[in-house]
Design a protein around this ligand. Structure first.
Ligand code: ARG
Length: 457
């Protein structure tokens, strides 16, 4: 069948080339935005007298009918149409006759697709932000329930200093709050309307781009028509935001995987978010966390694909840009799916404070506090560091920990040691002494919880 754009050519395209060219199989997901955009366009054409008011009303009614029928399933996408834009216009013309052919006045698919994509993505940003909030709530809940649990804090994955598990969890809350902010910024820059840029140069009709933009909930319009149709920065930016979200989920996943290993046993995931092995009866595998970690690579790939597609593209529209949607849609779907499983996985995760404490007691993570003790008694830090190191080495040789050495043992290293040393190296005390702003003390954790909750309110 000849295309709607037949004229200059026969409009008959080789069937394999036609499939190759077609995007309706994936851009059909923007049908609501496409139709809503077209309704605003028809209204603007009517308001400006470019078509009659009666024609505008007919178009709007017709478009509403198509929207209803697609929503109810009465109308199905015709995959032989090139894209969603052509499909809607074709059905409209079939239903309304010649009036339907007036809809595309003072418009091009180039500004239309840019409009649809911005409208679609801003909705997804809102939904994804909501999912991030759900995860933040789960983190806050766990932080509150495990406020006093002590774990080793790690650097180089070696036990370093005692921290509160809640403090550790709240580090992820800070990351996710930044993600929310980034998405908000991205949405703000995205929320300007390209419609009315037309093919690339604007139009000779007396259109009102502001009217159309306002009706569609935009904060403004793209000020250069060439930029309006060729800009996909909003996709790049969104994919960068998503990549950062996924990087955070991936780091968190990695820790959850470690924590639920037999070696750590700091947490136990709910059966609902783990799987078994087909051969090893004892297994409880953290597949969901592993998949979130794994899918991070996909989203980075989507960002790289988008940047690479745009690189070197001359202005203005080029068909290469049709590749934007699959990358962005894949990332949207992936991020949503990961967040949907991640939040309840964290929410239902059972913590094992006894095991955390056991780990905290055996790694000499209070050695810094031992050195600080000597410093407070007047010894220069570097000397105190050296003596504490020697004491740790001796403990390792003798199978002891700092808490089980005798006062005499301590005094054989320095006469600055008194019996208050034991209080100084008590793990809870080590944590509670870290009162610096943002440190690991209970008071600091409570402040952080309040901050996150306030941001979520
Ligand atoms: N399906 C196209 C896309 O996704 C719509 C724009 C087509 N414009 C054109 N001049 N062929 O980019």
């Amino acid at each position: 069948m000849a295309k709607m754009w037949a004229g200059r050519t026969s409009g008959v395209v080789d069937s394999i080339a036609d499939d190759f060219n077609s995007s309706i199989s994936f851009d059909c997901r923007m049908y609501k935005q496409d139709i809503t955009g077209s309704m605003a366009h028809a209204a603007m054409l009517g308001a400006k007298g470019i078509i009659s008011q009666a024609e505008a009303d007919t178009l709007i009614d017709g478009l509403q009918g198509i929207l209803d029928d697609l929503n109810s399933g009465k109308l199905e996408f015709d995959l032989s149409c090139e894209d969603i834009h052509m499909f809607v216009e074709q059905v409209l013309t079939q239903r309304l006759g010649d009036v339907g052919k007036k809809l595309h006045t003072a418009r091009s698919r180039n500004d239309q697709v840019a409009l649809d994509l911005r409208m679609y993505l801003r909705e997804e940003i809102d939904e994804i932000s909501q999912l991030i909030r759900r995860l933040l709530q789960a983190i806050v809940k766990q932080a509150e329930e495990n406020k006093h649990a002590i774990v080793p804090g790690y650097t180089h994955l070696q036990r370093a200093q005692p921290i509160l598990f809640s403090h550790h969890l709240l580090a992820y809350a800070m990351m996710l709050l930044r993600d929310l902010n980034r998405l908000k910024d991205c949405r703000r820059r995205m929320n300007v309307s390209p419609i009315g840029s037309c093919a690339l140069a604007g139009t000779t009709y007396d259109t009102d781009r502001y009217l159309e933009a306002e009706r569609l909930g935009f904060d403004g319009i793209c000020l250069n028509s060439i930029d309006g149709v060729s800009d996909r920065d909003f996709c790049v930016e969104l994919l960068a935001c998503f990549s950062t979200v996924m990087m955070h989920l991936s780091r968190f996943s990695e820790e959850i995987i470690l924590w639920s290993s037999w070696e750590f046993q700091f947490v136990q995931l709910s059966d609902s978010y783990t799987t078994g092995s087909s051969i090893m009866p004892q297994k409880k595998n953290p597949d969901m966390a592993e998949l979130c970690r794994g899918k991070t690579g996909r989203v980075y790939g989507d960002l790289t694909a988008m940047l690479t597609t745009l690189k070197g593209l001359p202005l203005a529209y080029n068909k290469d840009m049709q590749e934007d949607k699959e990358a962005v849609f894949d990332a949207v779907d992936t991020v949503k799916m990961c967040l949907k499983v991640f939040a309840p996985m964290v929410d239902t995760m059972q913590t094992k404070p006894e095991n955390m404490k056991k780990a905290a007691q055996t790694g000499f993570i209070n050695a810094t506090d031992l050195a600080d003790y000597l410093v407070k008694k007047g010894m220069p830090f570097r000397s105190a560091y050296q003596i504490s190191g020697q004491i740790v080495a001796r403990c390792i040789r003798e199978g002891k920990v700092l808490e089980t050495l005798s006062l005499e043992d301590y005094q054989s290293y320095s006469d600055l040691f008194e019996k208050d040393v034991f209080e100084e190296i008590d793990l809870l005390n080590c944590v509670e002494k870290r009162i610096s702003e943002g440190g690991t003390s209970v008071a600091s954790v409570e402040k952080q919880i309040a901050y996150v909750k306030e941001r979520l309110a």
